[in-house]
Design a protein around this ligand. Structure first.
Ligand SMILES: [Fe+2]
Ligand SMILES: [Fe+2]
Length: 305
C-alpha cells in the first residue's frame, strides 16, 4: 500500500475574508474613446470585458440563486451570498459603460445580443425533467463558473499590478472600475471553486469544464476585439492582430501570452486552490483607496469617514 496522501486542493486559510458588495458609481463623461492613449488595440482588448461581463455575471447570479438550497455549510453559504452581491454590482457597472461607448459611435448591441443569447439560452435553464438531468446541468454550470472565475481572478490580480497602464496615462475612471472589480475578484476568488468542491469536486468535470470555458473565452475575446476594431469610427481599417497583443504584453498593458499559458497547469493541478494565487491584502488595500469604493462607503455609512 502507498503511504502517499491523495493530492487534494490546498486552500490558504489566511486569504479568506468575509465579502460585501460596494454600491459604486462611475461618471464616464470625461473618458475618451481610446482610454489607453494612442493604443486602440489595447483599449478594445480590455473593452471586451464590457461586452461579456454584464450577461456573464448576471448568469453567475442566476445559477447561484438556484444552488443556494444545496449548500450545507454556513460559511460557504455566506460566501456565496456575498459573491452574488458583488457580481450583481459588477455586471451593472460594466453595463453602464455601454451607453457611453454608443455615444462615442461604437454601438455594442450587435455583439451583446449574441452574448445575451449565449448566457440566457445556451447556458440557461434548459427544459430538463426534474431529477438527475437537471441536477447534472446545474453541477456542470457550477463547474464552468469555477473555471471562469480562475480567469477573472487572474485578470483581477493582473490589473492591480499593471503599472504600465498608469505609466501610459490610461483614463483614471476606467482604471478605477477595472481595479475595483479586479480587487473584488481577488477577494472572492475562492468562492466558486469552494462551491464546486462542496457540490461535486470531480477532477474530470473540473478538467472538462475548464477546457470549455477556456476555449469559449478565447473565441469570444478575439471576436470582441475584432468587432470593436472593425466598428471603431476613428479607425479607417481597424483590425485586431496577435502581433498587437504580443506587443501590448511586452509593454505590460495587457497580460503576456506566457502568463495566460501558465494559468492552464495551475488550474489543472490536483492541489490547485484559488487562494494560492493573488493577494487578499493587496485587494483590500486597493479597495480602501479606490475613489469609487470609498465614495460608495461614505454613501452607505456617511458618519464613518
Ligand atoms: Fe465580477
Ligand atoms: Fe467573480
Amino acid at each position: 500500500m502507498s503511504n502517499k496522501a491523495p493530492l487534494r486542493p490546498e486552500p490558504v486559510a489566511s486569504e479568506h475574508i468575509p465579502l460585501k458588495a460596494r454600491n459604486v458609481a462611475f461618471d464616464w463623461a470625461g473618458t475618451p474613446l481610446h482610454w489607453v492613449p494612442g493604443d486602440p488595440s489595447t483599449t478594445h482588448t480590455i473593452n471586451v470585458l464590457h461586452l461579456l461581463l454584464p450577461a456573464g455575471e448576471r448568469w453567475f447570479v442566476h445559477v447561484y440563486k438556484q444552488v443556494l438550497p444545496y449548500i450545507r455549510d454556513e460559511r460557504l453559504r455566506a460566501d456565496v451570498i456575498g459573491f452574488i452581491g458583488q457580481e450583481a454590482m459588477h455586471s451593472q457597472a460594466h453595463d453602464d459603460v455601454l451607453p457611453h461607448l454608443k455615444k462615442q459611435g461604437l454601438d455594442p448591441t450587435p455583439y451583446t445580443a449574441q452574448v445575451d443569447w449565449l448566457f440566457e439560452k445556451l447556458l440557461g435553464d434548459r427544459t430538463l425533467p426534474p431529477g438527475r438531468a437537471r441536477h447534472w446541468w446545474l453541477l456542470e454550470r457550477v463547474a464552468l463558473i469555477a473555471a471562469i472565475e480562475h480567469y477573472t481572478a487572474f485578470l483581477g490580480d493582473w490589473v492591480l499590478n499593471a503599472e504600465a497602464l498608469d505609466a501610459k496615462g490610461a483614463d483614471a475612471t476606467m482604471l478605477d472600475l477595472l481595479r475595483w472589480h479586479g480587487a473584488e475578484e481577488v477577494e472572492h476568488r475562492s468562492v466558486a471553486f469552494d462551491l464546486f468542491l462542496h457540490l461535486d469536486g470531480g477532477y474530470r468535470r473540473r478538467a472538462r469544464t475548464w477546457a470549455t470555458a477556456f476555449a469559449a473565452l478565447v473565441f469570444l475575446w478575439q471576436r470582441g476585439v475584432r468587432f470593436f476594431m472593425a466598428n471603431d469610427p476613428t479607425l479607417l481599417d481597424g483590425k485586431a492582430s496577435f502581433k498587437e497583443f504580443f506587443r501590448a504584453g511586452r509593454q505590460g498593458v495587457l497580460p503576456t501570452t506566457g502568463a495566460v499559458a501558465r494559468t492552464i497547469p495551475q488550474y489543472l493541478h490536483r492541489t490547485y486552490h484559488p487562494s494560492q494565487y493573488g493577494s487578499t491584502s493587496q485587494a483590500a488595500a486597493y479597495l480602501a483607496a479606490s475613489p469609487a469604493a470609498t465614495a460608495a462607503e461614505s454613501r452607505t455609512s456617511p458618519g464613518a469617514a
